[in-house]
Design a protein around this ligand. Sequence first.
Ligand code: NAD
Length: 285
Amino acid sequence: MTARLIKGDEVAEEVRAEISSELKDLYDGTGYVAGLAVIVVGENPTSLAYISNCEKQGEKMGISIQVHRLDQNISQEELLEIIEELNDDFFIHGIMIQMPLPEHLDHKVIVETIDPDKDVEGVHPITMGKLFSDEKSFIPCTAHSIMKMIEHTRQPVYGKSAVIIGRSNIVGKPLSLLLLRRNASITICHTGTVNLPDICREADIVVAAAGTPYMVEGNWIKQDAIVLDVGVTQVEDKMVGDVNFQECREVASWISPVPGGVGPLTITMLMWNTLEAFRKKMDRI
Ligand code: NAD
């Protein structure tokens, strides 16, 4: 059997419709619109393309996007000042800082300066702590996107075994907590893992988020498993994933492609978090 495709655009479309409708209701009720500030430092073409995509998608859903395009040589103090101003801005409900930042800027200090109530990327330590303690919090967008894609398959998660390849703070670790909430049993794998193929062969759900092209082979996958490919690496002129798609699709029941899988959903989930931040603020006025 050939696996069914989990297409990010299809899932994103459903979520976008939900966001637009909720934003409209909130506007009708309060007269305010949600505001997202996006900060980008320097001229990295991939970052600028991502930001312009954010602008388009956000405006389409009814979110006011305020982009701060900052000079590559901006000082740490100047950047912190801008974040503080955005923290105090009544019309801004979410703050997103495009990574990577230039080396002279201290990523940790910058992230910790964001007001946790506006931390729509879910990267502030307070937000992470809440996620860890199962409190309501912003969920990092990529991990949230992967959960949405798993939900889209309508396959049960309860009692299933899930293997996540990659332990980053924005993907592997938060995803493990989200799957744990749904009563899956989780194994997080990384560069120190011994015998990764055998571990994957036991899994009902395999999430590859390593950034190592084509590493997951068809013979690593259990019959009818769900396979999510998060990795994106540019190889010559193509973006490729961590999964050998042709091999794995012959064994899996569902599989996400690259491109066209998780990628299209991440901006949508950023807007979802902005809606959450906006709703919380409106509840308080
Ligand atoms: P990272 O790049 O910070 O770290 C990679 C992780 O994978 C590490 O934990 C490492 O131990 C593990 N790893 C790397 N090679 C491995 C191997 N051969 N075997 C086992 N483990 C291995 O992680 P990240 O920031 O989560 O990014 C991972 C990948 O996901 C990258 O390709 C990135 O571009 C992609 N990504 C895509 C999206 C999207 O929107 N589609 C979003 C975020 C990240």
